[in-house]
Design a protein around this ligand. Structure first.
Ligand code: CA
Ligand code: CA
Length: 570
């Protein structure tokens, strides 16, 4: 009997040590409710879970079971989505930290604090959005533009790879994507004239497989060999402007096994002043679909050609089935919601998802191009005194109709749940010259609210009609993400509440105050008989840094840094 018990104990211990996250497990992640293996609760990024123990009838019994503090003096914005696997939660925190916790109790198992050099240049707070799992590794990126893989059980560093030079403005803040046995990452730094690209590595070793620049004119690579220039040099960028073209895919990507394509949104072209780079400036402010096998761009769709407002098009492209077609949806920072054919990029529908959009009157569904309101483009400084171009009031403001906070899609209701913000900005252009490691904007701006009673609004949007089925307004701008289940929608607010609403009506049915602002997306999973819900709390991100007159609405909010986990009391 004793020997049997001992054998069982050893077997259990070995199962824990040898547990491996496989490609199949990652491919099946959205459907498997016992774990959360990817950012987006599945690589399509739908953020939908079929778990329904916590539902309209039971949600009033949802209570915290544990909370864990990231500690230290380092707080600031906490934008991470946790992962759950093999009895552990893996969660990243501000200043390039990562923690492994006992998922049942919140007890800290290990932590890794990356030693950051002086002189890192994150544009929008010292945040991180989460990790990726592969084999026995947990992998995340750092603000000094490195990727680090750690042993899930010990927290020991297994490999580390430099993405690029942080002193030139490169950094990393997204959750890496794993698809078809590849670790696929973008990078950040679009405000510093860096060159955006998507890279695929062997997740076991960190060794590069392919890289694909997202600025037209730059060479791509596959297995160390040249793999074709992106686009055609100088076709959409004049002179040398493509060499500092930005277009960074800083939010990371999604992947759909049905199309074999990874979808990355790209940021603003550099500099912000659009008059010095006349042309479309491909592939900035676009959705770029990359064949993961070849590292080549299969299709692209540009949301804001020749962007002049910092409308980074990095927003997640979520694939789903509509009218018998595989399509993808994106709520772009520029205020329009787009539906593209996921196989070829053809624009199928586009409509505004915020109340005020000034830079374009509509999107032409035949040509796929915006109908620009030309007088809403900030003016060319060389047309006047040479110091400051004509200032315009543009909406959305550059922080966007939606920013980094991911939306969710429910196959049950057919609705997208979109965290939106209503704001505008005074914006003007100034002369600018590229200098390595210096801000490359050539623009000045002040963000302003549009309404007295709210900036944020969680909107349930029908992708077929563009109609808003319901909305829940919020005083401060929404900056966390969304998660949905068959009956409920969960999201956090900067005022500190994790909220749940009826997915059909938007009636708020539950809320809990987490003690600091929420700027991160919630998750759910099931362990034994219990459905759990977790969210990271900790106010920060771009809004308090860049918020202009909006800062007045949020300067009362307190910083923090903790994970909260909830389940139903019987
Ligand atoms: Ca899963
Ligand atoms: Ca930008």
């Amino acid at each position: 009997m004793k020997r049997k018990l001992l054998t069982a104990l050893i077997m259990t211990a070995m199962a824990h040590v040898s547990a491996q996250v496989t490609d199949k497990m990652i491919a099946d992640d959205a459907a498997t409710t016992g774990d959360v293996l990817s950012w987006g609760l599945g690589s399509q990024g739908q953020r939908f879970s079929n778990l329904n123990d916590v539902n309209l009838k039971t949600v009033s019994r949802l209570v915290p079971v544990w909370s864990m503090s990231f500690g230290g003096e380092k707080q600031r914005g906490q934008e991470a989505q946790p992962l759950v696997y093999n009895g552990k939660m893996f969660v990243t925190a501000s200043y390039s930290r990562i923690f492994a916790l006992d998922v049942k109790t919140g007890e800290k198992l290990w932590k890794y604090e990356h030693r950051l050099p002086e002189g890192i240049m994150p544009c929008c707070d010292v945040i991180n959005r989460g990790a990726a799992l592969y084999g026995n590794l947990v992998i995340f990126g750092t603000l000094d533009a490195q990727l680090i893989a750690l042993d899930q059980n010990t927290g020991k560093v297994v490999w580390r790879e430099k993405i690029d030079d942080y002193s030139a403005g490169y950094s990393y803040s997204a959750a890496p994507l794993v698809a078809e046995g590849l670790l696929i990452t973008g990078l950040s730094g679009g405000e510093f004239g860096v060159v955006g690209r998507v890279e695929a590595r062997d997740p076991k070793t960190g060794k590069m497989v392919w890289s694909r620049p997202t600025v037209e004119g730059h060479m791509g690579y596959l297995n160390g060999q040249e793999n074709g220039v992106t686009g055609t040099t100088n076709a959409s960028w004049p002179g040398d402007t493509w060499k500092t073209g930005g277009a960074t895919p800083w939010l990371g990507g999604t992947y759909d096994a049905k199309t074999g394509l990874a979808y990355f949104g790209t940021g603003n072209p550099g500099p912000w002043n659009s008059h010095v780079r006349k042309g479309d400036n491909l592939y900035s402010t676009s959705t770029v679909a990359i064949d993961v096998k070849t590292g080549k761009i299969a299709w692209h769709y540009q949301n804001t050609p020749n962007d002049g407002w910092d409308y980074d098009g990095v927003n997640e492209f979520i694939t789903f089935d509509m009218d018998g077609k595989r399509v993808g949806a994106k709520a772009d920072r520029n205020g329009f919601f787009y539906i593209n054919d996921a196989t070829n990029g053809k624009l199928l529908n586009a409509f505004p998802f915020v109340k005020k959009v000034t830079w374009a009157t509509s999107i032409d569904l035949k040509t796929g191009r915006p109908n620009f309101a030309e007088d809403n483009r900030p003016g060319d400084p060389t047309a006047g005194d040479g110091k400051k171009g004509k200032s315009v009031f543009a909406a959305p403001g550059f922080l966007g109709g939606k920013n980094q906070m991911p939306m969710a899609y429910s196959p049950k209701t057919g609705l997208f749940y979109v965290p939106t913000n209503e704001w505008g900005m005074d914006i003007w252009n100034e002369p600018i010259a590229y200098k390595k490691g210096a801000a490359f904007l050539g623009a000045g701006f002040t963000i302003k609210p549009l309404f007295d009673d709210h900036i944020g609004s969680l909107r349930a949007i029908d992708p077929k009609t563009g109609k808003v089925a319901w909305e829940v307004k919020n005083n401060a701008p929404l900056w966390g993400g969304v998660m949905t289940t068959p009956e409920l929608v969960f999201w956090g607010t900067p005022e500190g509440y994790l909220k749940a609403a009826d997915a059909k009506t938007g009636k708020v049915v539950w809320q809990f105050q987490t003690g600091s602002g929420i700027v991160a997306p919630p998750i759910t999973w099931k362990d034994g008989n219990d459905q759990y819900i977790s969210v990271v709390s900790g106010w920060g991100g771009a809004v308090p840094l860049w918020g202009g007159e909006v800062a007045k609405k949020v300067n009362l909010l307190e910083q923090g840094g903790s994970v909260w986990t909830f389940k139903l009391v019987k």
